[in-house]
Design a protein around this ligand. Structure first.
Ligand code: SF4
Length: 357
């Protein structure tokens, strides 16, 4: 077979396989670019099963791009709570406003225009343009890297510039020019269900006859990555400061994890602090300056919270105070315990709030 014949053959097999094996999902077989966009962003870092309920809730609350654009970012974050990678939600909100101001409220049709929206890169633009408009842009996600690398025996690391280009070119060559949307969905689903990362069941694979990894016993080795992810370890001491029926929350405004989410007053350190270390900590002393009685009620058990590039060791210390903290610059928000649920918080904070109930 020449290259075109091979590509046509693979694409046909993938589409046939897809038609009989695809999962029924709420964003399947739709051509609404707004819904496709939201589902793709949710699925970037979230498993399908977990993503379904978030997607349905999100679309119910923000059924159109203009309703999303006109909502508060805090509310968007609240609806994203628990999904993690909150920059996705901030970008969705920002992009919805771009759609209103730059494209008259209609999702753009042109691939280059789609790429101008916040948080949308090559992958998402290709997904939107091919699924919604059947335009010939190949999607290249982790599933596609794996399938292509194994089928053709590509050993170039997928996390290098040269590797990305090589895989993108091959994905484009494979793409069905008659049915790019269906082809893209088929290859992604094939990677998600059939050519899975660990121990795929190759005996059931319709492409086994032409698969390089299968014939050369290299399934476990492919695809290849060059870099190891650097893991950064951090230590968070959260202070749940109780004053009458209130606690204090702070919005994380820095460009860091969980930007614009709320949390208890935080003292970050290079290890989890003991009671003695806490009492002599400079930040602790400045927060409680002028407070007559500061009573430490409880130290929670430490929690190890794992994110993709970080491990966070955290504890929550409950503190009761006799009079209000000074709260210079209104850095902290005094919040009635009953209203804490209304604030968008990280999964870690959710755990500490759950302990409180
Ligand atoms: S034969 Fe195995 S490794 Fe090759 S494409 Fe099929 S499932 Fe993947």
């Amino acid at each position: 077979m020449n290259n075109t014949n091979t590509s046509n053959y693979i694409s046909k097999v993938l589409i046939n396989w897809y038609n009989s094996n695809k999962r029924e999902l709420p964003w399947r077989d739709i051509n609404d670019p707004y819904r496709i966009w939201i589902s793709e962003i949710i699925l970037q870092q979230t498993r399908v099963n977990q993503g379904i309920s978030y997607y349905l809730r999100f679309i119910e609350r923000f059924p159109t791009v203009s309703i999303l654009a006109n909502s508060d970012e805090d509310e968007v974050l609240k609806n994203w709570q628990g999904l993690g990678y909150y920059s996705r939600a901030r970008n969705i909100h920002k992009a919805a406003n771009q759609v209103i101001s730059n494209f008259g409220g209609l999702m753009p049709f042109n691939y280059k225009d789609v790429l101008t929206l916040a948080g949308i890169g090559d992958y998402t633009a290709a997904a939107i343009c091919s699924f919604a408009y059947n335009q010939p842009y190949a999607v290249v996600d982790g599933n596609v890297f794996r399938v292509i690398s194994r089928l053709f025996g590509i050993k170039t690391p997928i996390d290098t510039t040269i590797g990305k280009k090589q895989f993108a070119d091959l994905a484009h060559e494979l793409l069905s020019k008659d049915n790019p949307g269906l082809h893209n969905q088929a290859i992604m689903e094939f990677g998600a269900l059939q050519c899975v990362p660990v121990s795929p069941d190759c005996s059931k694979c319709p492409l086994q006859n032409i698969c390089f990894a299968f014939s050369s016993n290299m399934i476990a080795e492919l695809p290849i990555k060059s870099k190891k992810i650097q893991i950064n370890t951090r230590f968070f001491n959260y202070l749940n400061i109780e004053y009458l029926n209130n606690t204090y929350l702070k919005k994380r405004t820095a460009k860091d994890i969980w930007q614009n989410l709320y949390e208890y007053v935080l003292i970050e350190s290079d290890h989890l602090l003991t009671e003695t270390e806490l009492l002599t900590n400079e930040k602790f002393q400045s927060i409680f300056k002028g407070v007559l009685t500061v009573e430490i009620i409880n130290f929670s058990k430490p929690i190890k919270h794992i994110l993709t590039h970080r491990v966070i060791h955290a504890q929550c210390i409950t503190i009761r105070i006799s009079n209000e903290i000074k709260n210079i610059n209104n850095e902290f928000e005094k919040v009635d315990f009953q209203n804490v649920d209304k604030y968008a918080v990280s999964r870690l904070m959710e755990l500490f709030l759950g302990m409180k109930k």
